[in-house]
Design a binder for this molecule. Structure first.
Ligand code: CO
Length: 497
């Protein structure tokens, strides 16, 4: 391991982090900038990086002295880092949702948040207010000529990809009904069926849940058009944040969760705080045949899944009759109760995310699970040109310590063939977001050739750094100071020039 650029002489050698350093990232984004320069503090920006790194996450966490109950309730703020000719510039904008505009004017929270943020006035003021505040804060992707700011319980906001101005809620050329749920985790099929596609879904849930699986064209004149669309219903409540694709399948993991809406209706809890693990409940894989694949039109299959809770998958691929899917499993659903302060959480009490592989036999209702890495991780990805295929390498964010939960401070490159790993760390004073791998070469022989870019909370200067690593050996290529402070965030994407 290399010595971190965030090691100071006063760093406590026995501690991987200080909680005050970690929680210092929870701040409001105070400025919106246009093509602002970044200050290069180390190395040089690769000239072959040409495109834009878009990234979404909560940018407003406090209003009028009151804090959100959970950072996931913070309004979406999009940052665009534009790379060209060895230079990089930043444009950033809040998504102008209807609710953001109203709360900006009022300078206070007027809406409840799904993760427990309450309006002023106590339980009575919040009871029976079941409006969902679409905060557009989870992911940002490009589809056709527009960016989409995504929040899974409602429809996307369309954004101008250059200026980041908000165009408005999009129904995607008439595809979505008013406020229809649209996942924050689209997956990009790199061309398993000739043209590349964006595959995504929306879920409506209750005692029965319905998944709407959609595929959109991403290239040429048809970019943004719907190519296929199917709906399948399953028994039981489904909380589906992410999924995975192979050439022939869309794979969902239905966690064993129950939903009791009463405390939400009574104004005591946010909707997501009403989710609870079913202790003896069984998780299930839901396998839906893609309309572009060889099982098009066939019925979905349901297969038993391991116990545990999954937000994110790494990748999936087919091997003979089996489907393999790598996912990050938690022992339990992590939630923040009504009386907890999210800045004071005790990492030691939280379950850690473990990367596991499941080999599923869709015809025999059987799975075989193996652990790929025991170190707490999140935000894992393979080379996007291998999405849906067997990949050798992956990159992920990990805790600094080898066991148990902890804040994300390091990046691991894992060789899935021989378990060798390379680690770059920002500990003890750096905290990282989602690392994005950018392939340099489309040849499969150079699967790990490219760059990894990541935003790091630099608690030494209470600011955000943009770090560029060589993807092969995780050596530092460049470190840049971002001119705004950006809280711990969610997902982002790379759009080639
Ligand atoms: Co996610």
């Amino acid at each position: 391991m290399q010595t971190s650029y965030l090691t100071t002489s006063s760093s406590n050698k026995h501690k991987t982090f200080d909680k005050e350093d970690w929680s210092s990232a929870y701040c409001n984004v105070e400025k919106e900038l246009n093509n602002a320069e970044l200050n290069l503090s180390k190395g040089s920006i690769p000239k072959d990086l040409s495109g834009t790194f878009y990234r979404n996450g909560p940018g407003r966490l406090e209003r009028g002295g009151r804090w959100v109950h959970h950072p996931f309730d913070g309004d979406g703020m999009i940052a665009a880092f534009k790379f060209r000719n060895g230079n990089v510039s930043l444009t950033n904008r809040f998504v102008r949702t209807k609710e953001w505009e109203e709360e900006e004017k009022a300078q206070k929270f007027l809406y409840r948040g799904v993760f427990g943020t309450q309006k002023e006035g106590g339980v009575l003021a919040n009871a029976l207010d079941v409006r969902l505040k679409n905060i557009a804060n989870t992911h940002v992707v490009k589809l056709g000529k527009e960016l989409l700011a995504l929040w899974e319980a409602s429809s996307p906001y369309a954004i101008n990809p250059v200026t980041l101005e908000t165009i408005g809620i999009s129904n995607l050329k008439g595809v979505l009904k008013k406020n229809e749920a649209f996942s924050a985790h689209p997956h990009f099929d790199p061309g398993h069926h000739e043209e590349p596609r964006m595959v995504t879904f929306g879920v409506t849930t209750g005692p029965k849940s319905t998944i709407r699986l959609m595929e959109f064209s991403t290239e040429g004149k048809k970019a943004g058009s719907l190519l296929s669309d199917r709906k399948d219903s399953f028994n039981g409540f489904a909380f589906l944040h992410d999924f995975a694709i192979t050439p022939n399948w869309a794979i969902f993991l239905q966690n064993a969760l129950s939903f009791n809406p009463l405390p939400f209706l009574l104004g005591q809890k946010g909707a997501a705080q009403c989710l609870a693990s079913q202790k003896d409940g069984a998780s299930k894989f839901l396998l839906i045949p893609r309309d572009s694949g060889k099982f098009a039109g066939e019925s979905p299959k349901t297969v038993e899944a391991p116990k545990g809770f999954v937000f994110h998958h790494l990748n999936a691929w087919e091997e003979k009759e089996n489907i393999n899917i790598d996912s990050i499993y938690y022992d339990d659903f992590p939630s923040i109760g009504p009386d907890d302060d999210f800045r004071e959480i005790d990492f030691d009490l939280l379950p850690e995310g473990i990367l596991k592989r499941c080999q599923i036999n869709p015809n025999k209702n059987k799975f075989i699970a193996t652990t790929l890495s025991n170190q707490c991780c999140e935000f894992a990805m393979v080379n996007p040109l291998l999405e849906g295929k067997k990949a050798r390498f992956c990159w992920m964010a990990t805790a600094e310590k080898k066991e148990g939960n902890g804040p994300l401070q390091a990046i691991k490159k894992l060789d899935l063939f021989n378990n060798e790993e390379i680690i770059w760390s920002g500990a003890p004073r750096g905290f990282i977001g989602e690392p994005i791998f950018i392939p340099l070469n489309s040849s499969k022989d150079s699967e790990d050739q490219g760059w990894v870019i990541v935003l790091v909370w630099n608690s030494i200067r209470s600011g955000t750094d943009l770090v560029i690593l060589n993807a092969k050996d995780l050596s530092e290529q460049a470190i840049l100071e971002v001119p705004i402070s950006i809280p711990h965030g969610l997902h982002g994407s790379w759009v080639e020039e």
